[in-house]
Design a binder for this molecule. Structure first.
Ligand code: GLY
Ligand code: MN
Ligand code: MN
Length: 493
């Protein structure tokens, strides 16, 4: 089923290059529908109006207005342009799934594809206008011929007026965006396409990207509520996944079954997974981004689950637990888990306002380096390993052990070192702490009994006025607690 077959190839939305390889239709028994008055007259009439309200999480419009005010204060004299983006084409008129740009969502609450926000400076702030592609309705050629915006293809959709009402914002149709052309020194964020920048003579602005990233670091109450929701639905997703472990083992359905179980859960209770779901059994657990998930679930192995639900408002959780598939850790799995737990607690203990961001990293690394040294796995002393010239312990933990969390899993990634890793923590920051140990099956430096064991513990923390709150404390972090919780989900309590 494709739009080409209805045959419109109306031009603007036709995939690049596709027209040149399509057979000529004129004069054939497969005519272009848009050129047949009998057809276009007939399909234009006889449709009942369908109510298509804007689906917006309560409070999203007000939160976005407050975010725009914060950005406005930083760029008082500049025109600002931020876009939602468009989905890449996968084939012909079938696109990859669309997910709106996070800066755009932060500023508008809107997730419409192909939309652009323009903020014009005025005395005392900015006037904001949102430019949206209006849906093609009955009576318009695009209704049956445009696979992106024709309601025959995508279903009834809210119109410009409904968006204006829902967002309490001036909203106009996309073609009117040309009025921006010539706005002197208009700044475009990384979300704005190269073609729009060229067409409207905008300036691509890394300063704007950095400032948006910095502003998004401290979450407001509404955002914190979204993140709580994301974590809540993620915790129930962990339960759903672990209850499927026996089936994944006994029916040979493997890691993919568990990955699919979480992704279905995330798509049902939120927008979907906030990043590619990681399910690694046994020797796959040490592989940091094991998203291929094409292996079996081994009955006696540790199973690493790194999973996060993204809410309908697009805020994501990012949680990891490593469970014994059998319900009981082996002695080696437990030893690795205990050391990671100790590092995790040491890292989390550093999370409070006014503390340098990286202190949690150093605290966790001290524990890891000491533990590996005690096991005879470091070729140097603990101090040598921990020095900037050493870092030998990082062989078994080569990734970061935490990051900001929000609309993006690795939130605020446009902030430079001095405003992210080099800054102090502030109340309202939401971040992960996620130390691990990754002993690869083919690593000859690892004692044979530890090879093929990977453990990560990852929690989502809110920095509060006087310390922190672990948002993901619905899941245990100690080995006894993890075993008990796992057995409950397996029905073997
Ligand atoms: N799941 C990606 C991360 O933990 O950073
Ligand atoms: Mn993470
Ligand atoms: Mn993670």
């Amino acid at each position: 089923m494709n739009a080409a077959n209805t045959d419109m190839a109306t031009g603007a939305d036709a995939p690049t290059g596709a027209a040149s390889v399509r057979p000529p239709y004129a004069g054939t028994r497969y005519p272009k529908l848009a050129t047949i008055p009998a057809f276009t007259d007939f399909i234009a009439k006889g449709w009942q109006d369908v109510d298509a309200p804007v689906a917006l999480t309560e409070g999203a419009a007000a939160a976005a207005a407050a975010h725009r005010a914060r950005l406005s204060a930083r760029f008082a004299t500049s025109t600002i342009v931020v876009s939602s983006g468009v989905a890449p084409v996968r084939n012909d008129d079938c696109n990859y799934g669309f997910r709106a740009n996070s800066d755009f969502v932060w500023l508008t609450g809107c997730q419409v594809e192909g939309a652009t926000l323009v903020m014009h400076p005025v005395p005392g702030g900015h006037d904001a206008t949102l430019y949206l592609p209006a849906p093609f309705r009955p009576g318009e050629a695009g209704f049956f011929s445009d696979a992106n915006h024709g309601e025959l293809w995508v279903g009834a959709s809210p119109g410009i007026g409904q968006w204006a009402e829902a967002l309490q914002l001036e909203v106009r149709a996309t073609p009117e965006l040309t009025v921006v052309r010539g706005a002197r020194g208009a700044l475009a964020s990384a979300s704005v396409s190269a073609s729009t920048i060229e067409a409207l003579s905008l300036l691509r602005s890394p300063d704007l990207d950095r400032e948006l990233s910095n502003l998004r670091m401290v979450k407001d109450e509404w955002e914190i509520a979204q993140l709580r929701r994301a974590v809540y639905d993620t915790v129930s997703g962990f339960a759903a996944v672990v209850s499927e472990v026996p089936r994944a083992i006994e029916d040979g359905l493997g890691e993919r079954w568990l990955q699919g179980t979480f992704d279905r859960h995330a798509r049902t209770f939120g927008n979907g997974p906030g990043y590619s779901t990681i399910v690694g059994s046994g020797p796959h657990a040490p592989i940091l981004h094991w998203v291929r998930c094409d292996g079996p679930v081994l009955p006696d192995a540790a199973l690493l689950l790194d999973m996060g639900v993204e809410t309908n408002s697009l805020y994501t959780a990012d949680v990891t637990r490593t469970i014994p598939a059998s319900g009981t850790f082996s002695a080696e799995q437990r030893a690795a888990h205990d050391l990671v737990e100790k590092a995790h607690r040491a890292g989390m203990a550093q999370i409070r306002p006014g503390v340098p961001y990286l202190d949690f990293h150093f605290a966790a690394m001290e524990v890891i380096a000491q533990g590996l040294h005690d096991w005879g796995m470091l070729p140097v002393s603990v101090d040598e390993a921990l020095s900037p010239e050493g870092q030998q312990h990082r062989r078994y933990l080569a990734c970061g052990v935490g990051h900001h969390l929000g609309l993006d899993v690795h939130d605020c990634s446009h902030s430079p070192y001095e405003e992210y890793m080099g800054a102090d923590l502030e109340a309202g920051v939401v971040m992960t702490v996620e130390p691990g140990l990754y002993f690869h099956a083919n690593d000859e430096t690892v004692p044979p009994e530890l090879r093929g064991i990977g453990v990560r513990l990852e929690d989502d923390l809110l920095v509060t006025d006087d310390g922190h709150e672990v948002l993901s404390d619905g899941l245990p972090i100690d080995a006894d607690g993890v075993e008990r919780w796992t057995r409950e989900q397996l029905g073997r309590a």
